[in-house]
Each structure stands twice: as structure tokens, then as C-alpha cells.
Design a protein. Structure first.
Length: 305
């Protein structure tokens, strides 16, 4: 049984297949009509998918639920706060009990890196990682890749992309680095020293002004305060003074601006810039539904044990 724990679980051909399918779904999602011509196929009819999110989520959880329902499947959301995990049940026992209900897939988010792969030992259905600790967020990287292709062209080789923010503790950054490097993207990491990975082989700078003129796109990240053992900057405002994306900084440059959300307003990106057509945050959200539809179809219907 195949699982999606990190982007490296997929070959480049498989990724292209998923993105192609997601692109086919997009016109259906954007249509305001409900006739059969614009309705996605009910390929997941008679399937049941379970979501179990140990961390809060808006975009990932909601888009997975929309993806399942768009394809005619049923979704069961486990309320972790009311589950037996609050009574001491282990995550392995939780997985085994959920598996006994014969779901067709389980989507998990967990604060601990490695939790999804631990679940794979206790189930007989695909596990889809909705984000684990500071490790990986594969579907976010896939939707970011689709967004970059839409904005910069299908061939991303040689395109210059900056990732700015709390990179060291970001699962989004980890997944994007693996995936975008595979596509030949020229990546630069932009952050204060304490927000950078310790042993990165990628170019790293501490001042965005040094590279802003060369970038085709920039992915801003939220400061992962919940993953810091101690505060390692004076204040969020001090951080924003150097690393917030603003209209003044961006100027009239032809650049794509992205963020996985949730955005810390005026800390990660200035409010005025969020309204700018170069900012693709909502396009990313829309792409997320289509990508997750394609991922679910692939792992439930197309991969075999």
C-alpha cells in the first residue's frame, strides 16, 4: 500500500500526472453552474475518507473535505479533542481502530514529525500527510508547484525563487525545497541566521534587498512561534522591519508572491500587498482543492498494493 508522507514518495512522472489531473479539475471548480458538464466526476462515490487533525487547520482540512465531496466521497472528521487520545490512547491504537472501520484513506496532521509514517504500520489504506511537525507538507508543495507553473510557465528550470521567513521549522519549506530543486528551480533562502537550516547547501542571505531584483517568485512563510522553544528575536515587529514583504519593497517588479497561510498580516506580507494582483495566495487555495482531488484519486484508485 502506497502512502503520501513526503514529496519524494512520488516520481516526477507521477507528479506531472497529478498536476495534469488537477488542471482538468480547475474549470469545474471555477464554474458557477451545477450541470453535469461542469460537475467533477463522482469517482470517489461509495468511499469513506477519515481526517484526523491534531493541529488546527483552515485551508488544508477544508480543502481536503471539499476535494472528497467534489468527487462524491464521504468524509468522517475525527474530533481529536473528544477522541480517546485525550484519555491516553496511543496514536497507533487510534490508527488501528480507525482502520477497522475500513476507510479508503486517512488524512492526518500532527505536531510531531514522523507521526504519519508511524501510522502506516497500523493501517491497510493510504495515509496522506496533511503536515507533520517541521518535517513535510507534500500537498502544499504540489499546489505551490502548480501555482508557479501557472504563473511562470511549465518549464521552471532556471527560474529564480526565494523562500523567506522561518525556514528552519517550516514543513512547507522542506517539501518545497525537495520538489522545486527536482524541477531545476534556482532557490535562495532568505532569513535571519536563527531561521535558516543549519546545513543547507542552498544560497542563503539575510537581506532580501540583495536578491529581490533577480527573483521571479518569492514564497513567504509564517513565523512558526508554536515550534520555538524560546523567542529568538526581539519581537514580531522587529522581525517584520527586515523581512515583511511590502509594496515599497516590491515596487513595480514583475514577481509572483506566494504564502501557504495563515498569513501574519503586516508581519509576513503587508495588507496592501495582499490585495495586489501579483499576490497569488487565493489562487494557491483554489489550486489546493484541485490538487487534493487529484491526490486522492491517485492514491485511492490508481495505486495498488
Amino acid at each position: 500500500m502506497r502512502h503520501l508522507i513526503e514529496t519524494s514518495d512520488l516520481s516526477t512522472d507521477e507528479i506531472e500526472h497529478i498536476l495534469h489531473k488537477a488542471t482538468q479539475f480547475l474549470p469545474m471548480l471555477e464554474s458557477t453552474t451545477l450541470d453535469s458538464t461542469h460537475r467533477p466526476s463522482q469517482s470517489l462515490a461509495h468511499t469513506n475518507i477519515i481526517t484526523i487533525f491534531f493541529e488546527n487547520s483552515t485551508r488544508t482540512l477544508s480543502s481536503f473535505e471539499c476535494a472528497v465531496k467534489n468527487l462524491g466521497g464521504s468524509i468522517t472528521r475525527l474530533d481529536v479533542s473528544r477522541s480517546s487520545t485525550s484519555k491516553g490512547e496511543t496514536i497507533s491504537d487510534t490508527a488501528a481502530n480507525l482502520n477497522a472501520m475500513s476507510p479508503h484513506a486517512i488524512i492526518i496532521r500532527h505536531q510531531s514529525s514522523g507521526a504519519p509514517v508511524h501510522l502506516t504500520k497500523s493501517v491497510s489504506c493510504p495515509i496522506i500527510n496533511g503536515g507533520d511537525g517541521a518535517h513535510a507538507h507534500p500537498t502544499q508543495a504540489l499546489l505551490d508547484l502548480l501555482t508557479l507553473k501557472q504563473c511562470l510557465g511549465q518549464n521552471l528550470a532556471g527560474k529564480k525563487v526565494g523562500i523567506i521567513g522561518d525556514i528552519k521549522t517550516s514543513r512547507v519549506a522542506n517539501s518545497n525545497i525537495e520538489l522545486l530543486c527536482r524541477y531545476g528551480v534556482d532557490l535562495t533562502l532568505i532569513a535571519p541566521p536563527h531561521f535558516l537550516p543549519l546545513h543547507s547547501k542552498l544560497p542563503c542571505v539575510h537581506n532580501i534587498a540583495e536578491v529581490i531584483d533577480s527573483l521571479d517568485a518569492i514564497i513567504s512563510l509564517r513565523t512558526q512561534t508554536e515550534r520555538h522553544s524560546k523567542q529568538n528575536y526581539g519581537s514580531l515587529r522587529d522581525y517584520a522591519n527586515q523581512f515583511c514583504l511590502t509594496k515599497q519593497l516590491i515596487g513595480n517588479r514583475d514577481i509572483v508572491i506566494m504564502h501557504p497561510g495563515p498569513v501574519h498580516h503586516n508581519i509576513d506580507i503587508e495588507d496592501e500587498l495582499l490585495k495586489d494582483p501579483r499576490c497569488k495566495v487565493l489562487q494557491q487555495v483554489r489550486n489546493g482543492v484541485a490538487v487534493r482531488m487529484a491526490v486522492l484519486e491517485f492514491f485511492i484508485l490508481e495505486t495498488k498494493a
